[in-house]
Ligand binder design. Sequence first.
Ligand SMILES: *[C@@H]1O[C@H](CO)[C@@H](O)[C@H](O)[C@H]1NC(C)=O
Ligand SMILES: *[C@@H]1O[C@H](CO)[C@@H](O)[C@H](O)[C@H]1NC(C)=O
Ligand SMILES: *[C@@H]1O[C@H](CO)[C@@H](O)[C@H](O)[C@H]1NC(C)=O
Ligand SMILES: *[C@@H]1O[C@H](CO)[C@@H](O)[C@H](O)[C@H]1NC(C)=O
Length: 316
Amino acid sequence: MKPTKSDGRRFIITSFFFILFLCTLASINEVRFDTLLRFGRCALSKVPSQTEKFLTPNDSSSDDIRILLGILTLPDQYHRRHFLRMIYGTQSPVGAKIDVKFVFCNLTKEDQKVLVALEIMRYDDIIILDCKENMNKGKTYTYFSSLPEMFNGTENETTPYPPYHYVLKADDDTYFRLENLVESLKPLPREDLYYGYVIPCPSMDPFVHYMSGMGFLISWDIVEWIRVSDIPKKHLEGPEDQVFGQWLRDGHRAKNRFNAKWSMYNYPEPPTRCTHALWPETIAVHLLKNQVKWIHTLQYFNVTQNLKPSKLYHIP
Ligand SMILES: *[C@@H]1O[C@H](CO)[C@@H](O)[C@H](O)[C@H]1NC(C)=O
Ligand SMILES: *[C@@H]1O[C@H](CO)[C@@H](O)[C@H](O)[C@H]1NC(C)=O
Ligand SMILES: *[C@@H]1O[C@H](CO)[C@@H](O)[C@H](O)[C@H]1NC(C)=O
Ligand SMILES: *[C@@H]1O[C@H](CO)[C@@H](O)[C@H](O)[C@H]1NC(C)=O
């Protein structure tokens, strides 16, 4: 039978209702947004791609705080990374999207090329910087200054700007409690911010001198400033976290500072002026140098309390 005009019209009408149906489905999935607004935009835009986007699960909402938690470590620390993946993979703070990434310099051994590549295939949580592993020769600079280009969103137009509101640089012997971290960040500015545990240990003034390497956080605008400013470039050598504080001082950056002491502290044993007892208000515990300290800390914070019951195991 030859297609008639009315067949064509029926096809158009059917397609229209099908598109309408897809849009409605998409709108229902989007809990947070005004349905009508969405609907209007959906109907106006190129339907297939928009529909696909709306149908993807809403893993985070647009006003979540976006945080990059970069843990500086060494390529050979496979066990440490595995452990930290469990530690952070079992925390799901509300109101934030936190990407945990392990950060190190160029690989140097044949086995690393296989093992690290496998890790990336499985977890995709590794950043390899263009540098040689070093303690006091600018790894921190390379880390921050590489990020704007790495997360430059142009190839994928859906990437928000800034890609992260905040970037953390953390030690691999620090335990962050993400929910408390997020709660403490919620009232703080998202610009020109420098956050952490101020050194020296007894000091409570975040404007002298700098934040401890246990883990400090800066806002994305400071990350971008580090990339373009001459001040860090001219001063790369020295104790990394102290040098970092000097960049900000010399560049008159970080008008906003937040001293998270005593929510951040060194593990209580052995006691020093930097230690604090474990307590519920904790954001980060540092110097978890061995298994005993980790276990004690995890027990204190009841991290396995919500293990779901099952016939498959029994843990007294
Ligand atoms: C979408 O977001 C809402 C509210 O934020 C949440 O209740 C729901 O579980 C989310 N859906 C998915 C698939 O993540
Ligand atoms: C790191 O590796 C890249 C790619 O293999 C190489 O181009 C670069 O020169 C290396 N950088 C250093 C500092 O060794
Ligand atoms: C990001 O990409 C744009 C367009 O390709 C480019 O102009 C800009 O310089 C890039 N920014 C960085 C920090 O690499
Ligand atoms: C851990 O659980 C115990 C028993 O339920 C409770 O008394 C304690 O306050 C919890 N500790 C923390 C840090 O929440």
